[in-house]
Design a protein around this ligand. Structure first.
Ligand code: KIV
Length: 294
């Protein structure tokens, strides 16, 4: 049974409308996308926000972490997503090393995501210096989404892939980072892998939409990685992932059936082949005999 919304709101998503949703207590739906078909799926499903995440490094480019992915790689993916999207807000993730050095570096990278890939906004990870970079990008006229908690670009420094904010001190640091990003002008913020009670307590003290991933139900919206929620991956992934399909299995079965049909000559059948007029074919056969072999 399809879960497609009966009536799709096709007005382009805007920052004020995201805020309205938060104020109305309507959960905000965000998903990642990395190419034209995933963008079309997000558009047709009626999500509010699409993120071209640097998780592309793992999901579509096969790197072991998000650290190596380059600006050029993400720009190419983001431009493909743009071509498939009309309604959701499109956010591009600034890759590791593309914004931390200075405000001019951060502004220049953010401008490329807007000018070259057509993104509506950018996202960056972490508090501290990232809040300063966020402020500079916002001042340059580009909306910014923050991201605190488990920030994959700096996971090594955080002690690995583990939930953040499980001690009072660390939870307070997260709150300070979130407030600093809000004060810097971020229009929204992602909370990743934070205990539900901590996430809800911080979110309730904020004025901008908080989108959770592994941050429980007490925030303003949820984001999941496209390949995680659709099972286009091997293994189970993080605790917070809910799988809505097993597409890698279906893809593998489809390719295996094709391979089997080719080997047994069941494919191609007459319905997959082109015909030619009998007289034209006879003429061709006569003519080809007169051609010398190469
Ligand atoms: O890169 C990504 O997919 C993300 C989401 C997990 C929020 O940053």
């Amino acid at each position: 049974m399809s879960s497609l919304p009966e009536i799709l709101d096709t007005r382009p998503m805007t920052l004020p409308r995201l805020l309205d949703k938060r104020e109305a207590g309507e959960p905000i739906v965000m998903v990642t996308a990395y190419d034209f078909p995933s963008a079309r799926a997000a558009e047709r499903a009626g999500v509010d926000v699409v993120l071209v995440g640097d998780s592309a490094a793992n999901t579509v480019l096969g790197y072991a972490s998000t650290v190596p992915v380059s600006v050029e790689e993400l720009l190419m993916l983001a431009a493909a997503v743009r071509r498939g999207l009309r309604t959701p807000l499109l956010v591009g993730d600034l890759p590791f090393g593309s914004y931390e050095i200075s405000d001019p570096q951060a502004i220049a990278t953010a401008q490329r995501f807007v000018k070259e890939a057509g993104c509506d906004a950018v996202k960056l990870e972490g508090g501290g210096v990232s809040a300063e970079r966020a402020r500079a990008i916002v001042r340059a006229g580009i909306p910014v989404m923050g991201h605190v908690g488990l920030t994959p670009q700096t996971a090594t420094a955080l002690g690995g892939w583990r939930a953040q904010g499980r001690t009072a001190n660390r939870a307070l640091e997260l709150a300070q980072d979130a407030f600093a990003l809000q004060a810097a002008g971020c229009f929204s913020i992602v909370f990743e892998a934070i205990p539900s009670e901590v996430a809800a307590a911080i979110a309730s003290r904020m004025d901008i939409p908080v989108i959770g991933i592994g941050a429980g139900p007490g925030v303003d919206g949820q984001v999941l990685v496209f390949h995680d929620l659709l099972g286009i991956r091997e293994g189970h992934g993080a605790r917070f992932v809910k799988r809505y399909a097993d597409l890698l299995d279906e893809m593998t079965d489809g390719v295996a059936s094709y391979a089997s049909d080719v080997r047994s000559r069941a494919y191609p059948g007459p319905e997959h082949s082109y015909s030619v007029d009998a007289d034209e074919l006879a003429a061709f056969h006569r003519a080809i005999e007169t051609l010398g072999a190469a």
